[in-house]
Structures are given as structure tokens and as C-alpha cells.
Design a binder for this molecule. Sequence first.
Ligand SMILES: C[S@@+](CC[C@H](N)C(=O)[O-])C[C@H]1O[C@@H](n2cnc3c(N)ncnc32)[C@H](O)[C@@H]1O
Length: 324
Amino acid sequence: MTGTALKTLSNSRRAARTALCRAARGNGAMDQNYTHQPVLLEEAAALLVTDRSGTYVDATLGLAGHTIKLLSVLDEKAKVLGVDWDPEMAALAAGKLEPYGARAKVVQGNFANIDEILRRENLPAVTGILFDLGISSLHFDKPSRGFSLKHEGPLDMRINPANPLTAFSIINHWPYEQIEHLIRIVGERNSNRIARAVVDKRAAGPLETTAELRDLIERVIPFRGEKIHPATKTFLALRVAVNYEFDNLTRGIQKAMPFLASGGRMGIITFHSLEDRIVKETFKIMADIGEWKMVTRKPVVPSETEVLLNKRARSAKLRVIEKA
Ligand SMILES: C[S@@+](CC[C@H](N)C(=O)[O-])C[C@H]1O[C@@H](n2cnc3c(N)ncnc32)[C@H](O)[C@@H]1O
């Protein structure tokens, strides 16, 4: 095949992929039955609830699994405020919570600004706040959101689609050094080979889809049936960067602290060691200052049965701290 024919073929493949992504994007989730199996549900409710008629905040509402659990153990006077950064998720959760009337309220927003949200909602002292970090199964299962290795979708990965930064912009516009660093900090040993492959590939035209990136990584680091796919850590690194996840977490904890009533608790469920390290270290500093005491000396982890029933739970860790 001549160089021109090859270029035409690759352009038409790219056009087909872009059309697929556009089609997937237009295929709204509102009419589909997406589910998310909440992790450490019993444990989180048991450790967070100290007053059955209190006011609680679910800072990562998702599809409202933890909120509904909390409402089931709380009495009629109690209230739960659910916050989610993703407008689609907030809308789906609001529908699920309709039967609970005024006991549950949903707000779309970033928990990094939880202070502003709580001030706006006139909630100066809450009884408990829960963060169940990361993304929901809906995000993984809906190809148009571009989070999953398994489905072909645009390189997007934004929790809130109003944000300017996408995985596409990182992959296609960031310099080699920044991409390599980003992938390395999540523990990818082949960060230099992956970043080099990305930079070489994009010289011939932008990488548009999750499948293009996954396949490229598979060519550099062949998949030989290891526990995790060779692109898993790169996808995680992109998601964390696109959504400023570490920064949001640190800010979220700090901003929530003054809004907990005395005896109120903050519970955080993490899914990877970098997140857990931030929570562990921040909670330690809080306890050392003296105004807080650790409720969980060691993180609470899911039972074997939960992990068997829900593979996603296998890396979950719950830590809880209480305000004196
Ligand atoms: C693991 S899911 C929560 C699932 C939820 N506990 C349930 O039972 O359905 C995490 C949720 O947090 C949301 N999220 C992630 N970062 C956020 C942030 N900075 N502010 C608010 N919500 C956020 C995601 O959109 C996602 O819906």
C-alpha cells in the first residue's frame, strides 16, 4: 500500500472511531438501568451513625446506595444531604431518593467545596460525613464517559463533563516528561515505555479513543494474563489527573472538618494505596492536634463474602475519625 493510501485508511478509521464516540455520547444514560453495588455498606453505616436523628452528608452520592442505607437506619427526623460532582449522577440519585421526600436532598457539586455547599444549605454542624471515593460503576459501564479499558469510547474521563481538562488533552498535548511522571506516580513500572509510545504515536495524528490507547499499551507491554491489564495503571493515572482527585480529597477533608459537630464522624472509603495514604496521614495529623480521635485504628476492609460477590470491593478500605 502506498503512503497516501495508508494515510487515507488511517484517516477513515479515525473518522469511524470519532463517529462511534459521538454516537455513544448521544446515547444518554438517563433511560438505562445502571447499577452500582455499594461497598462496606453495613460497616460504613454502623461506624458513621452516632445519632439516629442527626444530619448526615454523603459527599459522594453516586447512585445513592450509602444514602439509602443511612436513611434505613436513621429515624424520621434525620436528614441526609447527598453531593455528587457529576450532574448525570446527581439527577439519577435524585430520582432514586424521591420516595424519601424532605429526608434526603441532592446537590450537584465538588466535595472540595463542601464548606460552600454546607453554608448554602444552612448546615453549620453535621453529625457525619461519608466519602466513598473514586467513580461509580455507571462511569465504567457507559462507554461515552471514556473511563473503561473494556469499552471503546472517547478519551474523556471527566467526572463533571463541564471541566475543561480531558484524558484526550493530556494524552495528545502534554509533554513526554509530564505524561511519564503522571503514570509513574501511580506505580506503573513501565511509565517511560508507555509515555514514549504515546508521544511517538501521536506524531502521526491524535489518539482519540480508550481502545486506541489500550491497544497501544498492549503492544508495548504485552498482556500475558497477569492479575491486572497492562493499561490499568495508566487509565487510573489519567482519571486521577483529569479530576484532580488527590487535590479534591485533601481539600474535601480540610473543608469538612469545621462543619462536624462535636462527637460527629468522618468516614472515608478509598480504593487504592495513594488515596489511602492521604487519608491515613491526614487523619493522623488531625488526631495528633488533639481535637479528633481515631475510631478505626486499622482500616476496615470488606469480608471475604463481600469480595466474592463484588470484585470491586477487594481494594476498599474504610477509615473513620471522630471530632472530640
Ligand atoms: C464510588 S462512587 C459512590 C457510590 C455511592 N456511595 C453509591 O452507593 O452509589 C463515587 C461517586 O463520587 C462522585 N465524585 C467523585 N469525585 C467527586 C468530587 N470531587 N465531588 C463530589 N462527588 C465526586 C462520583 O461522581 C461518583 O458518583
